[in-house]
Design a protein around this ligand. Structure first.
Ligand SMILES: Nc1ncnc2c1ncn2[C@@H]1O[C@H](COP(=O)(O)OP(=O)(O)OP(=O)(O)O)[C@@H](O)[C@H]1O
Length: 267
């Protein structure tokens, strides 16, 4: 499944938030979206999972404009796991939450069939959460809940996964495990990540946003240059591939002076 974001422009509150943004993810690619606070990452994700219609430009999933598809049809292709994982009502079990991922696949009667059951079982296993299937979802820790939300997204059997800071609440081992899990699914993925080391570890390509514009895109080391780290993130840092094949970012002891968050340019 290929994702193409073609020259999108978004305004919110009469202010330009995204300007002329273009990006592509080839089938099976994991693309990391990086950028400082307020640079437009979540807004861009919202246009991709069809929660926000861009003022100009097109988002294509498998070649189709997502706004030309029905909401249900778009949801069969794209699953999103978002930052705020705390809004579930008491009384729903983990298995019931995961089963909600099957909704776009249901017919008019909305009944669960064998395929739905199988998809939920498989998501429980792949996310290693079978032991908590009957727990009330509100009783889980932040990290456990994030796993459940990923399981719900996998049960949706999407062709595109959109992840907004999925690793926020996770301890370091859980982060690595979840990243491995995402890689093992082979699903085309667009992921917002603040941790640049994790982004470098997980992603095939990075796209850097700054003030609502793409300022760099490509292989990890082509994007994480000292110049970009200084100009966009305001840190003196270098990224290098180590002997074990992993790219790591080394930060200087002294941060550069804090700069105000930049806003998108008026077109
Ligand atoms: N509904 C809205 N109305 C007006 N401005 C908005 C709205 N939603 C977001 N913005 C602004 O759009 C800009 C981009 O926000 P966005 O959440 O996309 O950034 P982000 O890169 O995901 O930030 P962070 O890393 O802090 O999560 C910010 O300046 C934000 O204040």
């Amino acid at each position: 499944m290929k994702l193409t974001v073609e020259q999108i422009h978004v305004e919110l509150g009469h202010r330009p938030i995204l300007h002329d943004v273009h990006l592509e993810a080839q089938a099976g690619d994991i693309v990391g979206l990086i950028g400082p606070n307020g640079s437009g990452k979540s807004t861009l994700l919202r246009t991709v999972y069809r929660s926000l219609r861009p003022h100009r430009g097109v988002v294509r999933v498998d070649g189709d404009d997502v706004w030309a598809l029905s909401a249900r049809s778009a949801a069969r292709r794209t699953a999103a796991v978002l930052q705020d994982a705390s809004g579930h009502p008491t009384g729903m079990s983990v298995a019931e939450i995961i089963a909600l991922g099957r909704t776009p696949h249901h017919g008019l009667l909305g009944r669960d069939g064998a395929d739905d059951h199988q998809a939920v079982e498989s998501a429980l296993d792949s996310c290693a959460i079978r032991h908590m299937a009957e727990r009330d979802v509100t009783s889980l820790s932040g990290g456990e809940r994030q796993r459940v939300l990923l399981a719900r997204a996998l049960a949706q059997q999407p062709r595109l996964l959109v992840l907004d800071e999925l690793t926020n609440h996770l301890d370091i081992r859980a982060r690595f495990e979840l990243l491995e899990l995402i890689r093992s699914t082979g699903i085309t993925t667009l992921a917002v990540l603040h941790d640049l080391d994790l982004a470098a570890r997980l992603c095939d390509h990075l796209v850097a946003l700054h003030a609502g514009q793409v300022v760099a895109a490509g292989p990890v080391l082509d994007v994480l240059t000292p110049g970009l780290l200084r100009e966009v993130f305001g840190v003196a840092a270098t990224a290098e591939r180590h002997a074990d094949g992993i790219v790591r970012v080394t930060y200087a002891a002294q941060p550069l002076a804090l700069e105000p968050i930049r806003e998108a340019k008026v077109s």
